[in-house]
Design a binder for this molecule. Structure first.
Ligand SMILES: [Zn+2]
Length: 98
């Protein structure tokens, strides 16, 4: 199963669970990133997904639940992905000692 299909299946499971539990009080999150950011999110969700164990209890895993419903988290992931590079470079920059 490829990563994008995996995230869609998990999000659908999360959607079914949440909608039946909360009766539409949690709208689905909208992804505001580009295609490569979407693939990266799908890969990360697929990597950390634990639906195989939580579905037995009728629940999607926390990772799929976050990707499906937590708009602030999804927006934050896109923001950090776009802005983190200068901070990482600065952290690893070695200055010459006099
Ligand atoms: Zn999952």
């Amino acid at each position: 199963m490829d990563a994008e299909r995996h995230i869609k299946d998990g999000a659908a499971a999360a959607s079914d669970y949440r909608r039946s539990e909360t009766d539409l009080n949690h709208p689905l999150a909208i992804f505001h990133g580009n295609e490569s950011e979407s693939r990266a999110l799908a890969d990360a969700v697929a990597h950390y997904c634990t639906c195989a164990s939580t579905r037995l209890a009728g629940q999607a895993c926390p990772v799929h639940t976050m990707a499906a419903f937590d708009q602030r988290a999804v927006d934050g992931l896109v923001f950090v992905r776009r802005t983190v590079a200068p901070y990482v470079r600065a952290e690893w920059r070695v200055t010459a000692k006099a």
